[in-house]
Design a protein around this ligand. Structure first.
Ligand code: ADP
Ligand code: ASP
Ligand code: MG
Length: 814
């Protein structure tokens, strides 16, 4: 004998019912079959709602009931030829009238009991199963409809009645053994207590009906037909890349369903496991798919984790107090108080200090729990031995499940590491001694992120998804986007990284694309966005709360830099091309570095010094390896280098500066380059990275610019520079006469930094520095005389973009 169960979506309408019937027919030929039918999808919810509306005096229940009747009548009309409709139509109408009568009574009384609620809800399965049976009849397929209220006997816990297995098994095995039919169509979910009063088995309980029947008749197989092709590694509504599990053990299925995998109602597994009946999860809408086989045997598939589940609406109760330490009986009294109120404890933790006991329960139980526990400990609370029960809400549990986790160290480390890196705060942890499950209590708002992070960590061998938010789409920003587009495939194939630009903004517009901006089309997509509002942009990034989030600041804007701390505090990594943050007051720089450490985020700004050259990266590597920096000598301004390399007595100094600006080597305001400020910032950043608490005022700037050039607007700057041509020519001539070149050099040694124009002789490392190149010489304990040299193009949008690119990859790979 086999038992098939069809869920709500599998029988949601006539079309789907036909699919289910095809399956019953094909599957049922070989063996006697019992098909357990759920209510038409959504009907149980509507029935429940009708009862509740009626009880609260809302006449809206009448429309709801009309809608329910309508759906069932339509099904009948679509499924059964007109000539055979009358008896089933009148049966359906009668049942619908009954529901209405009951609801009218509820409306008049203004209250609904759990018992009446069960009665109302039971009609969903009674109607659906009867319609399926009538359809089969109309197709001349012999079948027998059985009212399961005559077979499944429960206690009177309405809403989630407990089955009396002895009598139920006896009745089922007798009834289904009868030779009158080889196909039984039965309603799921419904049962009756010893008095014959209708009860239900809990929401989702049709699965349980099927399991109880399967166990009662010693079925060869139980098949749960639903709307997904099997049990998955995570809830597919939360994790789009969830994978189907082909084969899992009863225990794993039980843990996954207990921890929220809705595809199976948790109590379902127990009866079939006791009888060793294999369970298949199959897809009504794709019956050819393999599905999931649940049975005793565990197949190792190389992964210690089978799945990740979550339970929403959890509250944590904490009983704390010094009076509890070492005194037995506190936990017994706590659990007794909860049990007396019928409160189900989902998770328990107690620290070895015994100073507190913490339990997780469904949020619905908090009022009762608070009252019961505070009453049970009234004396201890009054005498200060324990605190009144502490309640925290808006929490959820995420759980990793897998038989093979047992004795595999490192799983929980990996789990909490991954959540920590993404700023998911863990409030409580529990691991059963079976080691089949590790559960963590986290904030409800973090659930989607946490599950996706864990899924990526444990299941997605394909790639890790980076969610990028960009501010600034100027020269550098647009090159960066072009580089991403070009490298997309390589990143996926070689680094297993998928970078999705979720948010994109410039000073005028901002836009968000949940699935990532199409990089070929970013300009149009940004244009279609809304008006830029920086605070809103940052708030959206924070509230999206996406895993592996990186914010790339490719502006030169002070306000954008001020937002870093709010992002870092949410574990969102920052990649800054913008120098403002690192070159502002030391305390602000330090605060950002500390926040990054505290919240496990990256704060990277390689392009602040030497554009795409690995200057800061090299310095950190040296320090990490235990080297000590004695001195740094550097030419750090691509602009100034370009200017002094090209200024040779031909064109005027102002013209050469103009060219540097036009070719994109200067800061947006070229005076920052010419006046030495930009170089000061860079050497300060290097000094700070080397551990020195340096401020801009501490740096000695021997500026070569006449002060008159630095006043007024950028236009004034150019015209004043033209007037001062003699001054620049003199500087140049002096150097040439001495057989030297002019370089604007930054130095840092013994805690002091300075910048200024120097004559460089031909033997010096700086002499052969062309175009817009930068060079940095690190004199360290391990490189005392011959410095470690980093040299190359130190300005330009393309190389700067590539530096930002590298930082993003670094942040992503952390
Ligand atoms: P039915 O009406 O057939 O009983 P349910 O809605 O009760 O179906 O359960 C199937 C749904 O469970 C799927 O559509 C899916 O969205 C959800 N689900 C949650 N977690 C999982 C999981 N781990 N594997 C598969 N489905 C899951
Ligand atoms: N119809 C019931 C519910 O929606 C039982 C089930 O579908 O399993 O909860
Ligand atoms: Mg279900």
């Amino acid at each position: 004998m086999r038992v098939l169960k069809f869920g709500g979506t599998s029988v949601a309408n006539a079309e789907n019912i036909n699919k289910a019937i095809d399956i019953i027919q094909n599957e049922g030929k070989a063996e006697k079959t019992i098909a357990v039918i759920s209510a038409l999808g959504g009907v149980t919810d509507s029935l429940l709602q009708s009862g509740q509306q009626a009880a609260s005096g809302n006449e809206g229940y009448k429309d709801l009931l009309k809608g329910i009747e309508q759906r069932h009548l339509e099904c009948v009309k679509a499924l059964i030829p007109v000539t055979q409709q009358s008896s089933i139509l009148s049966w359906v109408k009668q049942r619908c009238n009954e529901i209405e009568d009951i609801c009218n009574g509820v409306f008049l009384l203004g209250e609904i009991s759990a018992r009446t609620q069960d009665r109302i809800m039971s009609y969903g399965e009674l109607l659906s199963s009867r319609i399926v049976s009538a359809r089969l009849q109309a197709m001349e397929i012999c079948n027998t409809w059985v009212d399961m209220r005559e077979l499944i006997v429960t206690d009177s816990s309405f809403g989630h009645a407990a089955v009396d297995f002895g009598i139920t098994y006896h009745r089922c095995s007798e009834r289904f053994a009868a030779k009158d039919s080889s196909l039984f169509i039965v309603p799921g979910f419904v049962a009756a207590d010893a008095n014959g009063t209708t009860t239900t088995l809990g929401r989702g309980g049709s699965d349980y009906t099927a399991a109880v029947v399967a166990a009662a008749v010693d079925a060869s197989v139980l098949e749960i037909w639903t709307d997904v092709s099997g049990m998955m590694t995570a809830d597919p509504r939360l994790v789009p890349h969830a994978k189907i599990l082909r084969h899992i053990s009863y225990q794993e299925a039980m843990e996954l369903s207990h921890f929220g995998a809705k595809v199976i109602y948790p109590p379902t597994i127990q009866p079939v496991m006791a009888k060793n009946i294999p369970v298949w999860i199959k897809n009504t809408f794709s019956p050819g798919d393999y599905g999931t086989l649940i049975e005793n045997e565990v197949h190792k598939n190389g992964n210690n984790i089978r799945g990740i589940s979550s339970i929403a609406r959890i509250a944590l109760l904490s009983l704390e107090g010094s009076g509890m330490v070492g005194i037995p009986g506190f936990s017994r009294r706590l659990f007794e108080a909860l049990a007396n109120e019928q409160i189900n404890v989902i998770l328990i933790t107690q620290g070895s200090s015994e100073h507190s006991i913490c339990v997780g329960i469904d949020e619905d139980g908090i009022d009762d729990a608070k009252m019961a526990v505070d009453k049970a400990f009234a004396w201890e609370i009054e005498t200060g031995k324990v605190e009144p029960l502490l309640i925290e809400k808006e929490l959820a549990i995420v759980a990793l499940v897998g038989d093979n986790m047992k004795s595999h160290p490192g799983v929980s480390g990996k789990m909490f590491g991954a959540m920590g890196r993404n700023g998911v705060n863990v409030r409580a942890i529990a691991q059963g001694s079976s080691e089949r499950n590790i559960s963590a209590v986290i904030a409800t708002r973090d659930v989607k992120k946490a599950i996706n992070v864990l899924h990526e960590e444990f299941f997605e061998t394909t790639y890790k998804q980076i969610n990028l938010f960009i501010a600034g789409t100027g020269n550098v920003g647009s090159r960066l986007l072009a580089q991403f587009q070009k490298q997309q495939q390589y990143l996926q194939e070689q680094l297993r990284l998928q970078i999705r630009v979720i948010g994109i903004a410039n000073s005028k517009k901002m836009a968000f694309y949940e699935e990532g901006v199409d990089l070929a089309d970013w300009k149009d997509l940004l244009q279609k966005g809304e008006q830029m509002d920086l605070q809103k942009y940052i708030e959206v990034i924070r509230s999206r709360n996406m895993r592996n989030s990186v914010f790339a600041d490719i502006t030169a804007n002070d306000d954008v830099a001020k937002c870093y701390e709010h992002l870092l505090a949410k574990s969102i990594s920052i990649v800054a091309c913008n120098k403002v943050a690192c070159s502002s007051a030391y305390t602000s720089y330090k605060k950002l570095k500390d926040l990054a450490r505290e919240y496990n985020a990256s704060f990277l700004f390689e392009t602040n010094v030497g554009a795409g050259l690995p200057v800061i990266g090299t310095l950190s590597d040296l320090l990490r390896r235990g080297d000590v920096v004695n001195r740094i000598e550097a030419v750090l301004s691509g602009t100034l280098n370009f200017v002094f390399n090209n200024y040779n007595g031909g064109r005027s100094f102002a013209e050469v500066v103009k060219q540097a600006q036009e070719e994109g080597y200067t800061e947006p305001d070229p005076r920052l380059d010419l006046g030495g400020t930009d170089v000061m910032r860079k050497i300060m950043i290097l000094a700070r990275e080397a551990g020195e608490k340096l401020e801009m005022e501490d740096i000695n700037n021997r500026s070569f610019m006449p002060p008159s050039c630095m006043q007024g607007s950028v236009a004034d700057f150019y015209s004043e520079m033209a007037k001062q041509e003699d001054h620049f020519r003199k500087l140049y001539q002096e150097a040439v006469d001495a057989g030297k070149k002019l370089k604007f050099v930054a130095s840092f040694a013994n805690g002091k930094a300075s910048v200024g124009l120097q004559h460089i002789d031909p033997q010096h490392d700086f002499y052969h520095l062309y175009g817009k190149d930068n060079v940095v010489l690190f004199f360290t304990q391990r490189y005392p005389e011959q410095p470690l040299v980093v040299k190359g193009a130190g300005a330009g949008a393309e190389v700067t973009a590539s530096g930002v690119f590298a930082d993003i990859i670094r942040a992503a790979s952390k």
